[in-house]
Design a protein around this ligand. Sequence first.
Ligand SMILES: [Zn+2]
Length: 332
Amino acid sequence: MMTMALAELASRLNCAEYKNWLKAGQGLLLLRGALQGFAGEQVQAFHRSIAARLAARPPRCSGRCPPPRGKQFQPACSLCKEWKKEILKHHTHRTGEVNWGNCRPWLWPSNSWEIAKAYMPRGKADSCGPDKCDASGLLNLFTFCDHFSNIDQKKIREVIKCRNELMHSSDMKVSSSWLKEFGNHVQNLLSEFQDVPEAQAASTRIEKLLSSDWAVHVPGEDQLDGLESEISQMQMSEIEAELIKERLCEIRLCMEEQETISKEDLNRIQAVKDFIHNNHDLQRSLQAEMQNLEDLVQKLYSQQQLVKETEEVNCGEKKDEDCPLQKMKRMV
Ligand SMILES: [Zn+2]
């Protein structure tokens, strides 16, 4: 790594609460890594049991089914109708909404992960296997699919709550007491997986992670003894970029769902943008995500303007409001 990038990373890690945020994020990445194999195997078993019940059905979708959009899927063929019924039957919130848009139903008979995605939050369409699935996807699967109901649901919900608090933290900082609580919740959940060796290994690694001091050595500066970390600086930067990416993705999904942008959204984006702007080493790895987000803001803003203009024509008055677009332009 370049010295300057190291210096920037070191200076960010001088903020204890930001370091806590990163450590918790890394804890979630370890948790995810530990449960992916288990999730994949269990989803295959779940899939086999449904496929066996539907064995008498035609082998594939007729091709006349419209692709699902968001929470809507109206299958036209009998096979897709049956699979949809089975997926709903095993949903723990049967009257709740399902993000059918995550799925490619024509693959349901042959691809077990395509049914798993029906139990996940929106935005998981591209998660094409357990190894591509984030902690949020896995934890939601464990709570919304009754195949996993033998896992203590309270323990899962506690970790989901922590994960959401972490990802919604506006300044990407959490306190040390929060981090301690988080560690307890994650360990409680991992204790549910006594038969999964990866989970037990992750339990030890997470314990070490949360008690370690992430120190960055900048060449030319005095290095203090005993601060050597078990995690390389390169890894730290990668973890950091991955977490900020997840946060940007979360903001984008939230705006897409609401189909509007609020001042709060703009403030959130501004905060991340300022943060990236002040840290050159992060700019390159996060450029594409930032651009996606800005494109979406422009698109939603134009739509909002259109609606507003129509309303103004209808009620004959012009409202004087702040223009978030100018705000966005200043950001670029
Ligand atoms: Zn079909």
